[in-house]
Write a protein that binds this ligand. Structure first.
Ligand code: ITT
Length: 193
């Protein structure tokens, strides 16, 4: 089985994607390939950052890899925090990021939002991107301690619980990351990876 590196330092993403990929592919971590670098994310879109991270790992470590860049896009905030989701309040402090989103959204009655993931697969013979979107709304207070990031304030359409209240198996059926990862799997299978 060929090895593919999942180019991420986010433990929440690793847990979700590993469970989706099951044992179909041999996934190695950044640590496994000796990469302890902070991956570059200087693009102005989720697409650009996803490509940048995958390209960095391929160029420097010469392994086939894929990177996930994701974000929460809130309609009333014109798509913010978006590409800045990880550092919205100035650092990677999750509680502060959530608090700032809730504060900024207070004046608006429109609470619609979506999560977006772009996974870029990068190897010697191909560069491909796969997108996943899930729509929902932001609630006034965080609920639930499953998942990661903004999960406790996001209720997907058709549900009355947040991602933060869902078990990983439930979130993995409908999430943005699940949609993008399933497209990646279909692509790898089609190409006999
Ligand atoms: P890597 O770049 O190492 O993969 P990261 O945490 O920096 O990890 P991103 O740049 O894609 O990842 O940042 C996305 C941020 O958006 C992430 O830190 C969370 O705060 C949030 N986020 C992404 N996916 C999410 C999800 O499924 N549920 C909740 N929040 C999510």
């Amino acid at each position: 089985m060929n090895k593919i590196c999942f180019a991420t330092n986010n433990k929440g993403k690793i847990a979700e994607v590993k469970s989706l990929l099951q044992n179909k592919f041999e996934i190695v971590s950044l640590q496994d390939i000796g990469c302890v670098d902070e991956l570059p994310e200087t693009g102005s879109t989720i697409e650009e950052n996803s490509l940048q991270k995958a390209k960095y790992v391929f160029d420097n470590y010469k392994v086939a890899c894929f990177a996930d860049d994701s974000g929460l896009e809130i309609d009333a905030l014109l798509g913010l925090p978006g590409v800045d989701s990880a550092h919205y309040a100035g650092s990677r402090d999750n509680d502060k990021n959530i608090a700032l989103v809730l504060e900024n959204l207070k004046p608006f009655s429109n609470k619609s939002a979506n999560f977006k993931t772009v996974i870029t697969y990068y190897s010697s013979n191909c560069v491909c991107a796969f997108e996943g979107l899930v729509y929902g709304k932001i609630i006034d207070k965080p609920i639930g301690n499953q998942g990661f990031g903004y999960d406790p304030i996001f209720v997907p359409n058709g549900y009355n619980v947040t991602f933060g209240e869902m078990m990983q198996t439930e979130k993995n059926i409908i999430s943005h990351r699940a949609i993008a990862t399933k497209k990646l799997i279909a692509f790898l299978e089609k190409n006999n990876f």
